[in-house]
Design a protein around this ligand. Structure first.
Ligand code: SF4
Length: 445
């Protein structure tokens, strides 16, 4: 038996990709292990979204150098592979800087992993760089069903992005938008439900740009796909992430109105509340267009909760622009949000943009924005106290007699209960914290 250790960085899509890599490697006799020390194959599935992503990968690689030497001295070998978005962006540089890396492969090439591993093994020392965007979609070459088991499952339905926001590397690392055919998605969803999933989160870099070929030969948007998935027996909850405002169409809004399995929680990044900055970011929507979309979502489903992403201190952002962001946040109200200081991503247009904002100004603005967002999250959580919410119980809590689940609004809920994992139970919310709720089982009405 051969052993593989995969370390995954970044988003849920990378977690999904790592799980699929594991499936691909199993027929070669690989079994997963918990750490690099026990492994014959180490894969770093990297993410390029955070600052200094490449440096973090080099530092991680530095840590296993001794491991590789020790194994070689003992007459063995470890294959070291780097995949994901940093591999795509920095492939040749990784091979140049780290001589013991055997294989570098991009996120669109991992379906070829078994063949690449065999090539590394057979060529006795040949090092491989596989970062071209293949003409064929990798999903056509992956096993038909994912072996992932769990109460909640993630399912990639779309990849890549054609939006080219000026701060983002995704269009360069993941390539052009691609949507999986509906039949493929339904097959994988059926398998996940058969393996125990009650909730599926549809993933895509720009998931609501989904336009997959339906079984009727027509183009299905995300709303229609959600309706198709909602027909699967025992699939109680559907979520999707991450969306772009310009791709929120009538079909998706109507799905929120009509499909009870579609959870009333939408993560819809806006990034800034100032049109000038949105234009500079190449976001393709205005602040008002964003506000109108949130109004339409709320008209379709009154209890919908919103989450968003914000970047403060984008090049050229004035104090007035920043105040526009605060106004937008005040006006819309978010249940949750992620906010960051702008930081340069090599290879993106914004790197060389004029008007870079000083770090101290960025920090001050982020502090103000985060205080406002935290207050809104706190208010949203507090407003849940006293309500009875359906909670999908997902795992055991840290304390005896406690299970942890999720509300429809993606809040973590600590429930006083000992049984019922995998069930959706009514929970009377008794307490609210900054990031979670707590409660006890309520009688089923
Ligand atoms: S829409 Fe999202 S993934 Fe696409 S370029 Fe913009 S930020 Fe990146």
């Amino acid at each position: 038996m051969k052993r593989v250790f995969i370390k995954t960085y970044g988003c849920q899509m990378n977690n999904y990709d790592s799980a699929r890599m594991m499936e691909l490697l199993e027929p070669l006799g690989f079994r997963p292990v918990k750490g690099p020390k026990e492994a014959d194959l180490i894969i770093y599935n990297t993410c390029h979204i955070r600052e200094k992503a490449a440096e973090k990968v080099y530092s991680e690689l530095g840590k296993i150098r001794q491991l590789k030497i020790a194994k070689a001295r003992a007459g063995g070998a470890i294959i070291v592979a780097v995949g994901g978005c940093v591999a795509q962006a920095e492939g040749a540089e990784i091979l140049r800087r780290v001589p013991f890396v055997d294989l570098v492969f991009g996120p669109q090439s991992y379906h070829r992993l078994p063949e690449l591993i065999v090539r590394v093994l057979s060529k006795g020392g040949a090092r491989i760089l596989e970062t071209n965007f293949p003409a064929e979609p990798k999903f056509d070459y992956l096993p038909e069903t994912s072996a992932a088991e769990g109460i909640t499952a993630f399912l990639t339905v779309q990849e890549g992005c054609d939006k080219f926001c000026s701060f983002c590397v995704v269009p360069y690392t993941r390539g052009a938008e691609y949507s999986r055919p509906v039949a493929q998605v339904l097959t994988e969803a059926r398998h996940a439900v058969g393996a125990g999933a009650r909730e599926i989160t549809l993933l895509g870099q720009n998931v609501n740009a989904y336009h997959g070929e339906g079984p009727d030969g027509k183009d299905w948007g995300l709303g229609r796909l959600i309706r198709g998935l909602a027909e699967l027996p025992c699939l109680d909850r559907i979520r999707y992430t991450t969306s772009h405002p310009a791709d929120v169409d009538d079909g998706l809004i109507e799905a929120h109105r009509d499909v009870p399995q579609l959870m009333p929680f939408v993560h819809l990044p806006v990034q800034s509340g100032a049109d000038r900055i949105l234009t500079a970011m190449n976001r393709r929507h205005t602040a008002d267009a964003y506000r109108q979309i949130t109004d339409r979502l709320r008209s379709a489903r009154s209890d919908i909760a919103l989450s968003s992403d914000f970047i403060v201190g984008y090049p050229g952002e004035s104090e007035e622009d920043f105040l526009d962001t605060l106004k937008l946040v005040e006006k819309i109200g978010f249940a949750q949000a992620f906010s960051f200081k702008y930081s340069r991503r090599p290879g993106t247009p914004a790197v060389s943009a004029a008007g870079q904002v000083p770090e101290s100004v960025k920090s001050d603005r982020l502090d103000v924005l985060q205080r406002l967002l935290k207050r809104q999250q706190h208010d949203f959580n507090e407003a849940c106290v006293g309500k009875i919410l359906p909670v999908l119980l997902e795992k055991r809590g840290r304390h005896d007699g406690q299970l942890v689940g999720r509300s429809p609004y993606l809040q973590s809920v600590h429930v006083a209960a000992t049984a019922g994992l995998g069930e959706i139970v009514p929970v009377k919310i008794l307490g609210a914290g900054a990031n979670s709720l707590s409660g006890s089982l309520a009688p089923v009405s």
